[in-house]
Design a protein around this ligand. Structure first.
Ligand code: AN0
Ligand code: CP
Length: 315
């Protein structure tokens, strides 16, 4: 594994899940592995879980961390080639990436979708430019189109429920007042396709995800029908992909409630967090023992630790 830019970097998801669980059972087992090495973490957007869990993962491996917020601390970066830099952007990615490579042994980057320009977002300019101009491994901490650390943690959380039968997993769109990216939905969808599970997506018309990612997956526009017999309900909002970046509707009918959970096979409730209570899901769902959201966040540490360990071992 050279970089961790998306789930394709994982050679075998089942073994990765097992190895993440091993790390969770003995987090400090490889405490010397990262000694005298530094992880740089660059944020172009806010974070709670990704920042703290990745830092915690680094601590377990004896890695030092350096953190920088590009939204308010660093120089604004230029990513285009050959531009005359007479605007607001003070530094080019070519220098910035080369400099970061000198201070750090691994660099992790969070750079969300703009949601205003689909082509640009799909180019993954920030992540790809770092991968191109650094000489060190790059980790995706949520880019324009993918959140592979979240998806690996979610895979582990599902595995921990020890299902003896093939589970039914439902990814359901849920309302949100702001336009949110597709990254979590994309990576969750890609990940579940590698599990032995029945998988269904449910959403209102107009909220279809990128068809290249959802091809062959049953899409049911009736949420209550989709929830029938579910073992896992994964809720997430995303904005329109076809009418890129738009909120088409925000009706409460799609919120996950305790009533709706009764349609399932006693399903576990999952969400990547942060979640807006009584918008995406009601208090009685989040406060019920069916909710796995806190354990999902816990597993972020060991998913990140697995990625860091692989990159150090290979490097
Ligand atoms: C982000 C998103 O939906 O991609 C981050 C989730 C991990 N969520 C928000 O911006 C609320
Ligand atoms: N789930 C997740 O990535 O959370 P943060 O945005 O708080 O990092």
């Amino acid at each position: 594994m050279k970089h961790y830019l998306n789930l394709d970097a994982i050679p075998d998801l089942q073994s990765a899940i097992d190895e993440v669980i091993d790390l969770k059972n003995d987090p400090y087992a490889a405490e010397d592995l990262g000694r005298q090495k530094t992880l740089g973490m660059l944020f172009f957007n806010p974070s709670l879980r990704t920042r703290l869990s990745t830092q915690k993962a680094a601590q377990h491996l004896g890695l030092k961390t350096m953190i920088m917020n590009f939204s308010n601390e660093a120089w604004a970066l230029e990513f285009e080639d050959g531009t005359k830099m007479n605007g607001l952007r003070s530094e080019h990615i070519k220098e910035a990436a080369a400099v970061v490579s000198q201070y750090c042994d691994i660099v992790a980057i969070r750079a969300f979708a703009s949601l205003s320009n689909k082509e640009k977002d799909e180019e993954e300019q920030v992540l790809k430019c770092f991968a191109r101009y650094t000489s060190i491994p790059v980790i995706n901490m949520e880019s324009a189109t993918a959140h592979p650390l979240q998806a690996l943690a979610d895979a582990v959380t599902i595995k921990e429920q020890l299902f003896t039968k093939r589970p039914k997993i439902v990814l359901t769109w849920a309302p949100h007042p702001r336009a949110l990216p597709h990254a979590v939905g994309n990576s969750f969808t890609k990940m579940v396709q590698k599990l032995d599970a029945e998988f269904v997506i449910t959403q209102p018309k107009g909220y279809e995800l990128n068809p290249k990612i959802t091809k062959n997956i049953p899409l049911i526009y009736n949420q209550e029908k989709a929830l029938e017999g579910a073992d896992f309900v994964y809720a997430k909002n995303w904005c329109s992909y076809n009418d890129y970046g738009k909120i088409l509707r925000s009706d409460e009918e799609w919120m996950i409630t305790a009533e709706k959970m009764k349609l399932t096979n006693g399903a576990k409730f999952m969400h990547c967090l942060p979640i807006r209570r009584n918008i995406v899901a009601t208090d009685d769902v989040l406060d019920d023992s069916c909710s796995l959201v806190i354990e999902q966040a816990n597993n972020r540490t060991y998913a990140a630790q697995w990625v860091l360990k692989k990159l150090i071992e290979n490097g």
